[in-house]
Design a protein around this ligand. Structure first.
Ligand code: MSP
Length: 706
C-alpha cells in the first residue's frame, strides 16, 4: 500500500538579508513536523525557498553596488547553507527568479482571467506602501506609518492590476465555517474571521514602478507585486505549470497540508491566497499554521531593527540540536517567545548535557562494564517488581506515548518535550533508587541488575525515538550506541512499543552526545562569532561559512577571542570601532557583505553621530577577558560604553584620554552590562590589536566629529 502524502511549506524568505534565529524558527518548526510525519509513515514533501523580487531587493542591491541577481544569488546560498547546517530535511527549494516559477505565476494569472474573467482588472491606485514589510500601509495617499516596523509608508500612485478580493468575502467565510481547522491557533483564526467579516477591499497585484519582478503576461510594463508572485511558489516549487500540464510532484502533493509561517503574514495566507486559488479553480491548502515571533531584547528579532542573533555561531559552539531543542522547548508554539543566549546555554547544560546526554552515557557505560557491552535479558517476574520499578514502567505505556504524539500533532512541541524529559528525569530517579552499581557488586543479585539495566536501556531507546524529530543528531547517535541499526528517521514513532529492544544486542562505543560547556566561554565564543558575521573580514574565521554538522566543540573551548567587537580598519561602514557590537547604521550596513565595499552617500555617513569623549574611568568586566567598561564624558552626559580593548589597554591608562565616541547607537547588553555607544579604534597588525582614535590638539568633551 502506498504511503499517504503530506506536504508542508515554510514561507519563502526575503533574499535581501541573511537569515537570523527568528527566520530559522519557522524552518526548524516545519522540520520537526516533517520528521515527525515521516516517522508516522507519511511520504512528506517539504518546501522552502527564497523570495527574490521586489523593490527592497532592488534597493539593497543598489546599496551594495551589485545587480539584484548578484545579490539574490549570494544570499540564496547563505539560506541553503544554513538549512544544511541545521539538518533541515526539505525536499524542494524554490527561488522566485527561476524560470519555472515565472511561468507558473504568469500561467496562474492567465488561468484566473480565463476562468474568472471578473477577478482581475486594471485601475489607478494611490496609497502608502511599506517597502520593508511589503504591505500596503493605507489605501489613501495621506502619510501613514507601517503597522509592523513603524516606518513611514511610501506614496504609490500608478495604474495597477487589481484582484477583486471584495468578491470573495462570502466564499472565504464559508471556507472558514466548513473548515474549523483551517487556521491554527484558534485565536488567530478569530482575528482573520473578523477581518474578513468587516469587508474586503480589492488588492493591487502588479507594479509599474518596479522593474525587478515577473512581467505581467502580454503587458510587460507591469511586474507582479510580491504576494501574488511569492505565494505561487508553494505550487511552482512542486511542479505546477498551469493547472493542466503539471508535473507528477504537484499532482501527488497538492494541496498543501500545512503552510506554516509567522503571525505577521497570516492575512496573506489565510485570506489572499485562498481567494487567488478559488478564482483560479485550484484546490485550497488544508491548513494555515501560524507561530509567534521570537523576541530579542523585547522586540521582534529582525534585521531591519538590528537586534538579531545568528544561528551559525550557536550551532558551532553548542551543536545543531541545542538550537532546535531550545527554540521548541522554550517558546509555546503560537505565542511570542524570548530568545536569550544565556537561557539557551543554561538549557543546553541542564536538559541536554546533564539530562539526556548524561543519562545515556551512564546507562551505556554500565551495560558496557557490567554486561560485556551486551543488552541484558531483563527478565521481569511480577512479584519481584518494586514499586519504583512498577511506577517507572507505567511511564512508558501506550497511553503515555499517545499523549506525546498528540502533542506533536497539535503543535504542542514544548509540551511534547516536557513529557519526554519527564521520562529522562524518571529514568534518573529509577537508577538512583535501584542502584545498579550496588547490585553489580553482588553476584546473587545478577538477575536484578540485568533487569534494571534492560529497563534503563529500553527507556533510552524510547526517549531517542520520541525526541528524534526535535534533536535528530544526538538521538541518531544514541540509537547507534544502543547497537540499533538503520536510521532512526525510518523508525515508526506511532508503533513504538515497550520491550522491542532485543536482549543480546551488542552496543556500540559509548561517546557523550552533549558535552557540558562552560557558560562564560560558550557565550564569549558565540558573541565573538556573531561579531564576525556582523563585521565580515575581522580577524576570526567567518562563522557564517561553517557548514560542518558535528557535535559541539563546546567542551574544549578557550582559544577564541573574548566577546569584543574589534573591527578592522576599512571594514565596510564600520570605520574601525571598538565596543559593543553595533545595532546602528554601521552594523546593519555590514550584512550581507558585497564583494567589494559599497560606496555610501554623505547622508548615510551623517546618520552616525560622533563626538569627542574624555574617559572618566575604566574597569574590567568580570568574566570577559577582552571587554572594558569605560565611563566617558561626552559633554552633556557621562556614558557607559563597553569596548573590546582590554588586550591593548590597561584600564588606568585610559583615564583622561580623549576618544571618539559613536553616540547614537542603540543601547546593547553584553554579558549583562549595557553599552551606550562605541569607541572608535583602528585595528592594527595580524592580531587586530585595537588602537584608539584620539586628538593631538586640545579639544573639549562633546565636540562633534564629522
Ligand atoms: N517573503 C515573505 C513570505 C512570502 S511567503 C509566500 C516573508 N519573508 S521573511 O523572510 O520576512 O519571513 C520568513 C519567515 O520568517 C516568516 O515565517 C516569518 O514570520 C519568520 N520570521 C522572521 N523573523 C521572525 C522572528 N523574529 N520570529 C519568528 N519568526 C520570524 O515574510
Amino acid at each position: 500500500m502506498s504511503k499517504p502524502k503530506f506536504y508542508i511549506t515554510t514561507p519563502i524568505y526575503y533574499a535581501n538579508s541573511r537569515p537570523h534565529v527568528g527566520s530559522a524558527y519557522t524552518t526548524i518548526v516545519c522540520d520537526v513536523i516533517a520528521r515527525y510525519k515521516r516517522m508516522c509513515g507519511y511520504d512528506v514533501a517539504y518546501l522552502t525557498g527564497t523570495d527574490e523580487h521586489g523593490v527592497n531587493i532592488e534597493r539593497a542591491a543598489e546599496k551594495a553596488g551589485v545587480t539584484p541577481q548578484q545579490l539574490v544569488d549570494k544570499n540564496e546560498k547563505i539560506f541553503r547553507d544554513l538549512w544544511k547546517l541545521l539538518g533541515i530535511t526539505t525536499t524542494g527549494f524554490i527561488r522566485t527568479t527561476e524560470p519555472r516559477h515565472a511561468l507558473a505565476v504568469q500561467n496562474l494569472v492567465r488561468r484566473t482571467m480565463r476562468l474568472s474573467p471578473d477577478a482581475i482588472y486594471k485601475r489607478k491606485y494611490e496609497g502608502r506602501y511599506c517597502i520593508y514589510d511589503n504591505l500596503y500601509v493605507s489605501d489613501t495617499p495621506e502619510p501613514a506609518d507601517c503597522q509592523i516596523c513603524g516606518r513611514p509608508g511610501e506614496l504609490v500612485s500608478e495604474e495597477n492590476y487589481f484582484f477583486r478580493l471584495s468578491a470573495y468575502q462570502q466564499k472565504l467565510l464559508e471556507l472558514y465555517k466548513n473548515n474549523p481547522q483551517f487556521l491554527y491557533p484558534d485565536f488567530r483564526f478569530n482575528e482573520v474571521k473578523s477581518f474578513v467579516e468587516s469587508g474586503l477591499k480589492d488588492i493591487s497585484i502588479s507594479r509599474r514602478s518596479v522593474k525587478w519582478g515577473i512581467p505581467w503576461p502580454d503587458d510587460p510594463e507591469h511586474v507582479f507585486y510580491v504576494w501574488y508572485d511569492a505565494l505561487t511558489s508553494y505550487m511552482s516549487g512542486i511542479g505546477f505549470v498551469d493547472g493542466e500540464h503539471d508535473g507528477a510532484e504537484f499532482k501527488k502533493y497538492w494541496p498543501a497540508d500545512i503552510h506554516a509561517m509567522g503571525k505577521e503574514i497570516i492575512r496573506f495566507h489565510a485570506v489572499y491566497w485562498p481567494a487567488f486559488l478559488m478564482a483560479a479553480e485550484i484546490e485550497l491548502p488544508k491548513q494555515i499554521v501560524a507561530h509567534g515571533w521570537l523576541l530579542f531584547e523585547q522586540e521582534k528579532m529582525s534585521k531591519s531593527k538590528g537586534n538579531v542573533a545568528y544561528p551559525e555561531p550557536i550551532v558551532k559552539v553548542l551543536g545543531n540540536d541545542a538550537l532546535r531543542y531550545y527554540l521548541l522547548r522554550e517558546t509555546v508554539f503560537g505565542q511570542d517567545g524570548n530568545f536569550s543566549r544565556e537561557a539557551l546555554i543554561t538549557r543546553y547544560n541542564a536538559d541536554l548535557a546533564n539530562g539526556l546526554g548524561n543519562l545515556a552515557s551512564r546507562v551505556l557505560t554500565m551495560v558496557a562494564n557490567y554486561c560485556d557491552g551486551v543488552i541484558p535479558a531483563g527478565r521481569v517476574v511480577g512479584e519481584q517488581l518494586s514499586e519504583n520499578h512498577r511506577q517507572f514502567l507505567g511511564r512508558f505505556s501506550d497511553v503515555s506515548v499517545k499523549i506525546i504524539l498528540a502533542a506533536y500533532e497539535g503543535f504542542g512541541f514544548a509540551g511534547a518535550i516536557e513529557s519526554i524529559w519527564a521520562l529522562v528525569a524518571g529514568a534518573d530517579k529509577y537508577l538512583v533508587v535501584e542502584k545498579p552499581w550496588t547490585l553489580a557488586s553482588d553476584p546473587v543479585r545478577r538477575d536484578e541488575l540485568e533487569r534494571v539495566l534492560y529497563v534503563a536501556a529500553e527507556s533510552i531507546r524510547f526517549i531517542a525515538v520520541l525526541a528524534f524529530p526535535v534533536i535528530p543528531d544526538a538521538t541518531q547517535r544514541i540509537w547507534e550506541q544502543l547497537g540499533q541499526t538503520g536510521r532512526l528517521a525510518d523508525v515508526r514513532i506511532d508503533e513504538l512499543k515497550w520491550g522491542d529492544l532485543k536482549p543480546g544486542t551488542k552496543i556500540g562505543k559509548t561517546e557523550g552526545v552533549f558535552p557540558r560547556v562552560d557558560k562564560k566561554e560558550a557565550l564569549e565564543r558565540i558573541e565573538t562569532m556573531e561579531n564576525e558575521i556582523r563585521n565580515p573580514g575581522s580577524t576570526q574565521p567567518d562563522a557564517s561559512t561553517t557548514t560542518t554538522k558535528k557535535p559541539p566543540e563546546g567542551a574544549s573551548t578557550g582559544t577564541s577571542a573574548a566577546g569584543t567587537a574589534a573591527i578592522p580598519a576599512g571594514a565596510p561602514g564600520a570605520g574601525g570601532a571598538a565596543g559593543a557590537p553595533g545595532t546602528g547604521a554601521a552594523a546593519t550596513a555590514a550584512t550581507p557583505a558585497p564583494a567589494a565595499p559599497a560606496k555610501i552617500g554623505i547622508e548615510d555617513f551623517a546618520k552616525v553621530e560622533l563626538r569627542v569623549g574624555v574617559v572618566k574611568s575604566a574597569e574590567k568586566i568580570a568574566g570577559a577577558d577582552k571587554l572594558l567598561k569605560v565611563m566617558v564624558d561626552i559633554g552633556d552626559e557621562v556614558r557607559q560604553v563597553l569596548a573590546g580593548i582590554a588586550p591593548a589597554y590597561a584600564p588606568e591608562e585610559l583615564v583622561g584620554r580623549k576618544v571618539v565616541v559613536v553616540t547614537n547607537l542603540a543601547p546593547r547588553k553584553m554579558r549583562g552590562v549595557e553599552s551606550n555607544g562605541m569607541l572608535l579604534a583602528a585595528s592594527a597588525g595580524p592580531d587586530g590589536k585595537a588602537v584608539l582614535c584620539t586628538f593631538a590638539e586640545d579639544i573639549p568633551a562633546g565636540a562633534k566629529v564629522k
